[in-house]
Design a binder for this molecule. Structure first.
Ligand code: PRX
Length: 657
């Protein structure tokens, strides 16, 4: 490294990231795969060049494969940091996913094959899905939902989640999906921030054989969200949830009363499509705002190219619709392409860790897209479970959400893919909307642990914090040098935060918040966040968010949160807390409190009760040292700036609880 690319503040580095950086294996796709692949290496070279040199032609070609009620007059209007794509065009993403596919003869093709955790299977053809979405669109209109209104979804992974998203998109309402594992207060915050008048929830969801009472959470959140007027309740369990007169309506009643005749609204290309809240390094989660045309084009292209999608594929992305992966690659991208999408409601270990392989075998899944944390957890259970299933239908594997360590990559490739399925490691973010870095499966060899090359139209660079571009093998900050169609347009209600967080860190480029390096072949290895964002089991959490939750407990006066490398979760949460006065800290109660405030995924794995935190004289907490303590490492670095250097030894001598 020629110089430190990092800002003056402290930044994480973990052992497993070091392991990723020193990986040298190269795995080429098989001849059989390459011969049939959509893109060759030459295709990629040519199209990538065109996408940068003549973006108007490139993007017009892709967008032109989809239906527009009115053509665009300008491909890109770029007033940094604000982009508009396909300016003047009118389209509808739900129309493109459904009506367009039915019109081209896919009406009887399976669109969604859903499996509940209890084994129930429901299938929707494209024609059936279109009918349901039309009825749901009319039901929303009957509730008074107008174009531009925000509709919040708090649902388990049931087909109604996709139907509700598509129904919103069909009428121009903006969906805001809140992951069903989030707490009452997280839901209430998101309802309030988005000023949603309508919430779509379910009586329950199934998780590890138990029912999760989503309706009770929705009711409690509604009490904290004064603007909420209506609740649609999907019946997933026994339909005996208490319903509030005048506010709550069962989904099936609303749909039964609605007509299945509905024309999709022609929407401006820049009409907002959805908001999805994600954690940042400061403050409350931000509502990442995506719009219609560009997001549609980005997810359509990347699903087709990265997954080498063909007509007879059975495609399964394991992500919940509560996350961006579920939006782009369980719903929009594959449906735009007319694919058959498998959805699974429950946990990967119910009734045992062979569940994923049961699903692959039963539905003859050909493309599987999942997260390293799931791969590692399943890998730990040994090879017997996958070996006992027929996985021969698989032809392509994908990974997303966090860096994948080479051991897990090799296991996935060999044990699940039988050495014949290319593995695509895909780097992207809630904000990017679609895949940014990967290898195209028939075109490029993979390097385990390295996401790979830029997708069409994406111009990445590795920079120092002051904007100097770094050469091969120098670690630095990952940035994107030009706008792309599926990028976020703003942070909902806070454009200033959009400017500052993404385009203000390094002048003129999009700052991803990740560290990375590029090798001599151009492959980019993303090493993890360089800000105070944790990645726990592929889910983003801000340290500040967890700290705020901790100090909201009466027994805690101050808190600092850091990540610790974890063999399964990638990273886990470690909290350092100071008791309030002479109160004692009850770790079980504190963990339950964090679950109530945010959700179970934010629960600290370890809690250190300290008498002080390592602060500089100006009061800044030096999390770098806490990270070293959490990881059980020797303290390294200059401790002389600390107000009380002795604090580190005292904390290190403490047993976490
Ligand atoms: O740190 C990167 C990591 O996940 C972050 C984005 O999180 P989120 O917005 O929740 O979206 C996750 C699904 C797209 C990134 O800033 N990340 C995601 N994919 C990878 C990754 N890190 C390394 N390799 C990946 N393939």
């Amino acid at each position: 490294m020629t110089q430190s690319p990092m800002p003056a503040s402290d930044h994480p580095a973990s052992d497993h990231i070091d392991a990723v950086l020193h990986e040298t294996r190269v795995i080429a796709p098989s001849d059989a795969f390459r011969e049939r692949a959509r893109y060759s290496a030459e295709d990629y070279e040519r199209l990538y060049r065109q996408s940068l040199d003549d973006p108007d032609t490139f993007w017009s070609g892709v967008a032109g494969e989809l239906h527009w009620f009115k053509p665009w007059t300008q491909v890109l209007d770029w007033h940094p940091p604000h982009a508009q794509w396909f300016v003047g065009g009118q389209t509808n993403i739900a129309f493109n996913a459904l009506d367009r596919n039915v019109a081209r003869g896919l009406g009887d093709k399976r669109a969604i094959v859903w499996e509940g955790e209890d084994g129930e299977v429901r299938t929707y053809t494209y024609a059936e899905l279109l009918r349901e979405v039309r009825r749901a669109a009319n039901a929303l209109l009957d509730l008074g939902v107008q174009p531009g209104d925000r509709v919040t979804l708090y649902l388990p992974l049931v087909p109604e989640a996709a139907i509700a998203m598509l129904a919103c998109a069909r009428i121009g309402a903006v969906h805001s999906v809140v992951f069903g594992g989030f707490s009452v207060s997280a839901l209430a915050d998101r309802l309030n921030d988005a000023q949603s008048r309508v919430l779509i929830t379910a009586d329950a969801g199934q998780r590890r054989g138990a029912l999760v009472n989503l309706k009770a959470n929705a009711d409690a959140a509604a009490a904290l969200a004064p603007g909420l007027e209506k609740m649609l309740v999907v019946c997933r369990a026994d339909c005996d949830a208490p319903m509030q007169e005048g506010r709550d309506v069962f989904w099936h009643d609303a749909l039964n009363a609605a007509s299945d005749d509905h024309e999709a609204a022609p929407l401006d290309s820049e009409h907002p499509l959805f908001i999805l809240y994600t954690s940042g390094s400061t403050g409350k989660p931000k509502g990442v705002q995506h719009t219609t045309g560009g997001y549609m084009v980005g997810t359509y292209l990347t699903t087709q190219a990265v997954f080498d999608l063909r007509d007879d594929d059975v495609y399964w992305c394991t992500a919940d619709v509560g996350w961006i992966t579920g939006h782009s690659y369980s719903v929009y991208g594959p449906l735009l392409n007319g694919a058959t999408v498998v959805m699974y409601e429950g946990a990967p270990n119910h009734p045992d860790w062979g569940r994923f392989w049961d699903i692959v075998q039963k539905h003859r899944v050909t493309i599987l897209y999942t997260a390293p944390t799931a791969i590692r957890a399943i890998m730990r259970q040994g090879d017997e479970l996958p070996a006992a299933r027929d996985l021969s239908s698989l032809r392509l594997l994908g990974s997303v959400g966090e860096p994948i360590n080479p051991e897990a990559w090799m296991w996935y490739w060999r044990t699940i893919g039988g050495g014949r399925c290319p593995v695509v490691d895909t780097w992207w973010q809630t904000e990017t909307g679609s895949i940014m870095l990967t290898t195209l499966p028939g075109a490029h060899p993979s390097k385990p642990g390295s996401a790979g090359l830029p997708m069409f139209g994406i111009e990445p660079a590795i920079m120092t914090h002051t904007g100097e571009e770094l050469g091969p093998d120098d670690g630095g900050l990952l940035v994107i040098k030009r706008p792309w169609p599926s990028m976020l347009r703003t942070v909902y209600g806070d454009d200033d935060r959009y400017r500052k967080s993404y385009w203000g860190e390094i002048e003129g480029v999009y700052f991803a918040g990740d560290g990375a390096r590029r090798d001599a072949d151009g492959y980019i290895t993303v090493t993890g966040r360089v800000d105070d964002v944790l990645n726990v089991s592929g889910h983003r959490l801000g340290t500040m968010e967890i700290e705020s939750a901790l100090v909201a407990h009466p027994s805690v006066s101050e808190a600092a949160v850091v990540g610790r490398p974890d063999d399964v979760k990638g990273e886990c949460v470690v909290a350092f807390v100071l008791p309030q006065g002479d109160r004692t800290i009850d770790p079980a109660e504190l963990r339950a409190h964090v679950s109530r405030e945010i959700g179970a995924l934010a629960r600290p794995d370890a809690i250190y009760v300290a008498d002080a935190l390592p602060k500089t004289r100006s009061g800044k907490i030096m999390r770098r040292f806490l990270r070293q303590i959490a990881a059980g490492k020797e303290i390294q670095g200059d401790t002389s700036t600390l107000e009380d250097p002795g604090v580190l030894d005292r904390i290190a001598a403490t047993q976490p609880v």
